[in-house]
Design a protein around this ligand. Structure first.
Ligand code: MF3
Ligand code: CO
Length: 277
C-alpha cells in the first residue's frame, strides 16, 4: 500500500525536509580538502539536534537485513567509487579531486526527510564532472515525472534513459523509496524501469527519489565487510542525488531544496563567492 499524506502531514514533512536541506547546506559550506567525513557528520548532527530533530540514520537497522549492524552515524559520506552508505570516519580525509556524496535524514514530529548531494572537490577529471552533472539532471528529470496521472516507473525510466544515453551505468540493486512516518516505506522507487508501468501516482504520495549513477556501465553495487558501504563492482566513480518530493498535480513539490543563496554556491569557473558591485 502506498500512502497518500494529508496536507497536515505534508506541512510537518516540510519541516523535516527543511532541516535535512539546511544540514546539507551547512556541510556544503564547510566541505574542503583536509576535512574528515567524521567532521561533516558532526556538522550535520549538531544542526539537526539544534532544530529539535533527530538524525534518521543513527542506529537504523534495515528490516529483514540479517547481519547488518545498526548504522553508526548521522550521515552517509560516500567518496568516489563508493555509491552510498559510506560510514563517516575521523581517518577519512577529503582531498582535492574527490567526489563526495553526502546523504542526510532527519526525523521530527513523527516524520522523516531524506536528501543527498554529490559535491565536487576542486578539480576533477572532466568525465567525473560530467557524471555528477548528469546524475543531478537525472534527479531533476525524475522529479518532473512525479505528478498526478503518471506511473511509478515513468520516474525510473526518466533516470535510466538519460543516464544510459551517456553510456553511464545505473545502479539496479539499490533504490529510492516512499517516506513518511518511517524512512523506508512503500513503494520502492527503482532507477531502472519501463515508462507507462507501475502504480499510478496520486496527489500527496511522498517519495525519496535517488538516482545512483556510475561512470562505468556496471549496474551492480557490492557491500563491503562493514556491512554498509556500497561500492561499484568495477571500482569506477559513482554519483548520487536525492530529494524528498510530494506528488502534485502538474508539478511535484520538493521538500528538501537547498536554502543557500545562489551567490554562495560554487560556479563552474570555481569562484565561490560573488558580491553585487
Ligand atoms: N538515503 C539512504 C537510503 O534511503 C540513506 C539510508 S542510510 C541508513 O537508503 F543508514 F539509514 F540506512
Ligand atoms: Co533515501
Amino acid at each position: 500500500m502506498v500512502t497518500a499524506r494529508s496536507e497536515k502531514e505534508i506541512e510537518l514533512m516540510r519541516e523535516s525536509g527543511r532541516i535535512v536541506a539546511q544540514a546539507l547546506d551547512a556541510i556544503e559550506l564547510e566541505l574542503r580538502p583536509g576535512i574528515t567525513t567524521k567532521d561533516l557528520d558532526k556538522i550535520a548532527e549538531d544542526y539537526i539536534r539544534s532544530q529539535n530533530a533527530q538524525p534518521s540514520f543513527l542506529g537504523y537497522v534495515p528490516r529483514g537485513a540479517r547481519g547488518t549492524k545498526p548504522y553508526p552515524a548521522s550521515i552517509c559520506a560516500s567518496i568516489n567509487e563508493e555509491v552510498v552508505h559510506g560510514i563517516p570516519s575521523p581517518k577519512r580525509v577529503i582531498k582535492e579531486g574527490d567526489i563526495v556524496s553526502i546523504d542526510v535524514g532527519a526525523f521530527k514530529n513523527g516524520y522523516h526527510g531524506d536528501s543527498a548531494r554529490t559535491f565536487i572537490v576542486g578539480e576533477v577529471k572532466p568525465e567525473v564532472h560530467h557524471l555528477v552533472k548528469v546524475t543531478e539532471m537525472c534527479l531533476t528529470l525524475a522529479i518532473k515525472e512525479a505528478v498526478v496521472g503518471k506511473r511509478l516507473h515513468d520516474i525510473s525510466a526518466a533516470v535510466q534513459t538519460y543516464a544510459e544515453s551517456f553510456g553511464f551505468g545505473v545502479i539496479e540493486n539499490m533504490v529510492g523509496h516512499g517516506i513518511g512516518t518511517k524512512m523506508h516505506e512503500e513503494p520502492p522507487v527503482p532507477n531502472i524501469g519501463k515508462a507507462g508501468t507501475g502504480v499510478f501516482l496520486r496527489e500527496g504520495m511522498v517519495l525519496a527519489i535517488e538516482p545512483m549513477i556510475n561512470l562505468g556501465r556496471s549496474r551492480k553495487a557490492k557491500i563491503l565487510s562493514d556491512t554498509w558501504t556500497a561500492v561499484t563492482a568495477d571500482g569506477k566513480p559513482s554519483a548520487h542525488f536525492e530529494h524528498t518530493v510530494v506528488v502534485r498535480k502538474g508539478k511535484a513539490e520538493i521538500l528538501t531544496l537547498s536554502r543557500l543563496p545562489k551567490t554562495l554556491l560554487a560556479t563552474e569557473e570555481g569562484a565561490t563567492i560573488q558580491l553585487a558591485s
